[in-house]
Design a binder for this molecule. Structure first.
Ligand code: OAD
Length: 241
C-alpha cells in the first residue's frame, strides 16, 4: 500500500531504552558492560572466531531471558503499535533492539537493523530460521545440514540490515524520532542528521540527552513508557486519526 500524502511520513528509531522498563538491560548505562561482558568479548566476528562457545552461550542466555514470563512489552511498545495501526505505511519502525517486544506489542512491520535473538542464521547461505531454543557449534543447519548456524545478530564491524530501505524513508521523512538510544553507535546515530537534511522535524525521547542531542529539534525527557504514549496520543488527535 502506498503512503497517504495527506498524512506525515514518520521514521521511528528505537534503542535499548525502550525495552529497559520491560526488564531488559541497556548497553551503556552503568558499568559499560552488557550483562557482565565487554562488547568485544561477545559482539564481534573476531570474538565468535576465537571463542565461539562463549558467544553461543551468551546469546543462548539472552534468548532464554527474553522468553521469561516477566519480560513483556511496555506502554511505549504498545503506543507505537497503535500509531502504526493509525498511520499504516506512513510509519517506518526501525529498531536496534534484538528483542521481539515491538512484535509482541502489536507492531506488524519492524526493521531489525541489528538482527534478532529469536532467529538463527546459516553462516554460508545467510538464510535465517525462527529459533527459540539454544543452539551451538554442534547444531545442524536446516538448509545445508552442516554445523554452520550463528546468532542472527549484526556484530560490530558488520553491515546493519535494511540500510537502503531506511535511507530511502529517511529522505522522505516529515518526522524522525529516536527513542531510548544513546546515539553512540553508527550508522543509526547518523539517522537524525540525514532526516534533518531532508527537512524532517527531529525528536529525541530519552531519560537524558544522548550523544547527538544537539541535532534534535525537540526533546521528550522521561521514561519511554510515559513520553512515547503521550507523543502518540498527541499525533493521533492532531491528525484526527
Ligand atoms: P544504549 O545502552 O547505548 O543506550 C540506551 C539509552 O536508553 C540511553 O541513552 C538511556 O539514557 C536510555 N534509557 C534508559 N532507560 C530508558 C527509559 N526507561 N526510557 C527512555 N530512555 C531510556 O543502547 P542503544 O543506543 O540501543 O548493538 O545501543 C545501540 C547498539 O549498541 C545496540 O543495538 C547494540 C549495542 O552495542 C549491537 O549489539 C550490534
Amino acid at each position: 500500500m502506498p503512503a497517504n500524502q495527506s498524512l506525515p511520513n514518520i521514521v521511528i528509531l528505537t534503542g535499548a531504552g525502550i525495552s529497559a522498563e520491560s526488564g531488559l538491560k541497556t548497553f551503556r548505562d552503568n558499568d559499560g558492560l552488557w550483562e557482565n561482558h565487554r562488547v568485544e568479548e561477545v559482539a564481534t566476528p573476531e570474538a565468535f572466531e576465537q571463542n565461539p562457545g562463549l558467544v553461543y552461550r551468551f546469546y543462548n542466555a539472552r534468548r532464554a531471558q527474553l522468553q521469561q514470563a516477566d519480560i513483556k512489552p511496555n506502554a511505549a511498545h504498545l503506543a507505537l503499535a497503535r500509531l502504526e495501526k493509525a498511520l499504516g505505511n506512513n510509519v517506518m519502525l526501525v529498531t536496534q533492539n534484538v528483542d521481539d517486544l515491538h512484535e509482541r506489542g502489536g507492531s506488524e512491520t519492524v526493521y531489525h537493523m541489528h538482527g534478532q535473538l529469536l532467529s538463527a542464521r546459516c553462516a554460508i547461505t545467510q538464510e535465517t530460521f525462527e529459533w527459540r531454543d539454544s543452539f551451538d557449534h554442534t547444531t545442524k543447519c536446516p538448509c545445508c545440514n552442516r554445523v554452520t548456524l550463528r546468532p542472527d545478530i549484526v556484530w560490530f564491524g558488520e553491515m546493519p540490515m535494511f540500510m537502503e530501505e531506511i535511507y530511502n524513508r529517511l529522505a522522505q521523512a516529515d518526522i524522525f524520532i529516536a527513542i531510548g538510544t544513546s546515539g553512540n553507535v553508527y550508522p543509526a546515530a547518523g539517522f537524525v542528521q540525514i532526516a534533518k537534511e531532508s527537512g524532517a522535524h527531529t525528536i529525541e525521547a530519552n531519560l537524558e540527552p544522548g550523544a547527538t542531542n544537539a541535532l534534535f529539534d525537540e526533546s521528550l525527557t522521561g521514561p519511554a513508557s510515559s513520553v512515547v504514549p503521550q507523543w502518540v496520543d498527541n499525533l493521533i488527535s492532531m491528525y484526527a486519526l
